[in-house]
Design a protein around this ligand. Structure first.
Ligand SMILES: Cc1ncc(COP(=O)(O)O)c(C=O)c1O
Ligand SMILES: N[C@@H](CCCC[NH3+])C(=O)O
Length: 419
């Protein structure tokens, strides 16, 4: 059940009418539903019921808010992190270090050392030199790092080029053809316990076929590595499952994904790791905004809202579609372009789209904004950093403050040697 519903003609987040949040917190503001988050966590876990040994690590890059992470930690989720900052966040949110997986193509030596010091469960090594460095650092600390080698299976994920990660030309992982030799050299290093492989072919995947093709290649690699005498106990299948952004989008369900995984990996006899992000958080959040002005355009009017590309970057970056609905729809429709106040033409959420009729002062939301929304926000144009609210039934709390432009400015200084 969707926890963003109209009641008496007013859009609610669980039991909270969104106009109340707009009035008390101001706009723009991200609003998350705890119930939806918990339901998605449960649905994804249930979808893997036929996978005997598994661990789920939420890809916290998609929504690293501490309140959100705490909800998922309570659901038994670990974290997939890609920086020292994310690592500290996951721990601060209550995730067990053992349940943390450290991915990322450019980990620094300091970040590798931090992971060891914190006792994280697994490092996902992206290339040989990183593995060598990790082994050296671990050895110096008289520790052993548990690691897997990320392989690049060279499959076309069929998603936006900027979020595709498993083609040979992408920067991630090592080529699957050279993986056995690199794995062999790393496995021989003291300080490193190479226990398996990882892959992640891209995000917002709307077909299971490329995932299945990649997993089959991974299965063959596991067999080859075992044949070469390696003990393979862990395979990290990454994340990537898409979510519906448009009302008629129909991506594979977690249950279909789980069934495919169970079938393809049936004989692997490993612990499977999963790194879902968007499928857990995407539909748990909306970006609540106020219409500032409706301005005539050459063809259709511009609806100028108080949210902008600095608050929700996905449309500007990937031409991504986010459904836009009025908080108090009148039943009337209009065709308009939805734009923000930032001084870039790219600050456009929708072009010539049929939407609920709105006028200045009305509230509206961009849907499916719980993943890669607030986390990618900036203060461009000296706008405030957008706040976040978590709703739980008939109560809500601000889980991230609005950070005013003045606060950002206070962290800057003018050199006294400029007269
Ligand atoms: C290594 C890794 N794991 C997991 C994810 C999460 O992906 P998604 O949000 O598409 O599930 C990403 C981002 O695409 C990633 O780079
Ligand atoms: N930021 C991207 C997803 C990136 C996935 C990162 N591995 C998006 O908003 O769709």
């Amino acid at each position: 059940m969707d926890h963003f519903q109209y009641r008496d003609g007013v859009l609610h987040a669980e039991d909270i009418p969104l106009p109340r949040i707009a009035e008390e917190i101001g706009t723009p503001v991200y609003v998350y539903s705890r119930a939806t988050l918990e339901r998605h966590a449960q649905v994804f876990r249930d979808a893997l019921k036929d996978v005997p040994k598994k661990h789920i690590a939420f890809a916290i890059k998609c929504n690293p808010n501490l309140g959100v992470l705490r909800v998922l930690a309570r659901q038994g989720y670990g974290a997939d992190v890609v920086s020292g900052g994310e690592l500290e966040r996951a721990i601060a949110a209550g995730m067990a270090a053992e349940d943390i997986v450290f991915s990322g193509v450019g980990k620094t030596r300091a970040e590798l050392a931090l992971g060891l010091d914190r006792g994280i469960g697994q490092f996902n090594i992206e290339h040989e030199a990183e593995g060598v460095a990790l082994a050296q650092i671990a050895l110096a600390k008289e520790m052993t790092a548990r690691a897997v080698l990320r392989v690049n299976p060279d499959v076309d994920a069929g998603t936006h080029a900027k979020i595709s990660t498993g083609k040979a030309e992408n920067k991630f992982g090592v080529g699957i053809d050279v993986a056995p030799e690199i794995f062999g050299r790393l496995a021989a290093l003291p300080g490193l316990q190479m226990r398996g492989i990882a892959l992640h072919i891209g995000s917002q995947l709307t077909s299971l076929d490329p995932l299945e093709a990649a997993f089959e290649r991974a299965g063959r690699l596991v067999a080859d590595l075992r044949a070469a005498g390696h003990s393979i106990t862990h395979v990290d299948l990454g994340g990537g499952l898409g979510v519906p952004y448009r009302p008629d989008d129909d991506p594979p369900s977690p249950a279909e994904y789980g069934a495919m995984v169970a079938r393809v990996t049936r004989d692997w006899d490993v612990t499977l790791l999963f790194e879902p992000g968007r499928v857990i958080a995407g539909n748990t959040g909306v970006l609540l905004t106020e219409v500032l002005w409706v301005k005539p355009g050459a063809t259709n009017p511009f609806v100028i809202v108080d949210a902008a590309m600095n608050d929700l970057a996905r449309p500007a970056l990937y031409d991504a579609y986010h459904d836009f609905v009025a908080v108090k729809p009148t039943g009337e429709k209009m065709t308009a372009s939805i734009v923000g106040p930032v001084c870039e033409t790219g600050d456009t959420f929708a072009r010539d789209r049929a939407i609920d009729a709105v006028e200045a002062g009305d509230l509206a939301v961009f849907r499916t904004a719980g993943a890669y929304g607030a986390t990618m926000a900036s203060t461009y144009n000296s706008r405030s950093l957008v706040p976040e609210v978590l709703v739980d039934g008939d109560r809500y709390i601000v889980v991230a403050d609005r950070i005013a432009a003045g606060t950002i400015m206070a962290a800057e200084r003018v050199p006294d040697w400029i007269e």
